[in-house]
Design a protein around this ligand. Structure first.
Ligand code: PLP
Length: 393
């Protein structure tokens, strides 16, 4: 059996053709594919505006700038996430305040966030970054209510959940990143994610002001619009109107642009996103049934409506033994995640073992099994049999 990774991209002939067509066109970057990808993605998640960027981390960074995170601003997030969800606060000099997960859903526990907010004067915290971890959506409607009470903004880190739905919102037609509850939501198109563009990211929102800020920040803070210039026509070198070459840099932006050939790949992948979701759900159901009631299982993410199944996680006894056994069988399971607050960088900032007991206990037992649309039944059965064999079941 060839190696089975925990996640893998699926590049089809169609995808390849889409990229080739763009490579042969007039634009490698800043061409028509960006706008097409943005419009299609906005429609997919059901939001008003989408901004394509060079990766998910850049998306998070632009969000914290657009929301005006400043030196010392306190922002709450989960310790069970990829470090970028927290790091984006640090990029702006803000203070990361981790809050523990719910042991059943592995998501940021809203009750603990409430306790945190209640224990300090209003205004202490500026925002919250919940993560749709593993593809399971947080109850963002409830987070919105809480955020409104305490005047917080919300960035939804939805890197794991394109196509996922808010299970606890009034209906399942509310998709992650739809802009109904979060001020801004972000996605990644890294190859292990649902939609791959090599590197790539997207920010979605219903807020027009933030949208315009993001467009500007994505490309050096440059404005090219006669109505918005602050220098005079005379200064610009024009007579009665601004000359054709004129532009202004009005804020400190970056180059976080996506290329057109990446957008073409993302767009082509997006066309198959729903197929991928169906396949992921089938794989999750098969795992769930196979491990239900097994004595070695301490927990598994189960089959949940609206779950986008970026990851399939089980909690087991002797996790190290299982991990090594699977590797011997050429199965590359993964651990998501080493708690972020215990990364040496965050320990240096004062976080320590014991601060997040649920996250730390989860980390002792969790393991992510292979799940991706091209995983064959034969491969999945091999994974299942290998897990069972390790526990003599
Ligand atoms: C992948 C990921 C990111 C970062 O995305 P990149 O495109 O790799 O920069 C951020 N948050 C989460 C939860 C992720 O899984």
């Amino acid at each position: 059996m060839k190696a089975i990774p925990y996640g893998r991209q699926n590049i089809t002939e169609e995808d390849i053709q889409a990229v080739i067509e763009t490579l042969q066109s007039d634009y490698l970057t800043q061409g028509p594919k960006i706008a097409e990808f943005e419009a299609a993605f906005a429609e997919y998640v059901g939001c008003k505006y989408a901004v394509a960027v060079s990766n998910g981390t850049g998306a998070l960074h632009l969000c914290t700038i657009a929301l005006d995170v400043k030196e010392g601003d306190k922002v709450i997030t989960t310790p069970i996430t990829f470090a970028a969800s927290a790091n984006c606060i640090r990029y702006c000099g803000g203070e990361v305040v981790f809050s523990d997960i719910d042991s059943k859903t592995y998501l940021l526990d809203i009750d603990k966030v409430r306790v945190l907010l209640e224990s300090s004067p209003k205004g202490t915290y500026k925002g919250v970054i919940p993560v749709d971890f593993a593809g399971r959506a947080v109850d963002l409607e409830a987070f919105r209510q809480l955020a409104d009470e305490y005047d917080l903004w919300i960035i939804e880190d939805s890197c794991h959940a394109p196509g996922g739905a808010f299970q606890d919102a009034s209906n399942l037609d509310q998709f992650c990143g739809n802009g109904q509850f979060a001020d801004l939501a972000i996605f990644s198109f890294h190859p292990v994610k649902h939609i791959a563009s090599g590197e790539g990211g997207m920010i979605t929102t219903n807020n027009e002001i933030l949208y315009k800020k993001l467009l500007q920040l994505r490309t050096h803070g440059i404005v090219k619009n006669d109505d918005l210039y602050t220098n005079s026509i005379e200064f610009a070198g024009g007579i009665e109107q601004y000359p054709g070459w004129y532009m202004e840099m009005q804020s400190l932006g970056f180059n976080y642009r996506l290329t057109d050939f990446q957008a073409a790949l993302g767009l082509s992948q997006l066309n198959r996103a729903d197929e991928g979701l169906i396949k992921r759900k089938q794989i999750a159901e098969t795992y769930f049934k196979s491990f239900k009631d097994k004595s070695f299982i301490k927990g598994q993410s189960g089959v949940v409506n609206g779950h986008a199944y970026h990851l399939y996680i089980i909690e087991v006894q002797d996790r190290l033994g299982l991990y090594n056994h699977l590797r011997k069988n050429n199965i590359f399971a993964q651990i998501h995640y080493i708690p972020c607050h215990l990364m040496p960088y965050y320990k240096e900032l004062g976080w320590k073992e014991g601060d997040m007991p649920n996250a730390e206990n989860y980390y002792k037992h969790c393991i992510s099994l292979p799940i991706f649309p091209t995983l064959t039944n034969e491969e999945q059965n091999f994974v299942i049999e290998s897990v069972k064999a390790f526990y003599n079941e």
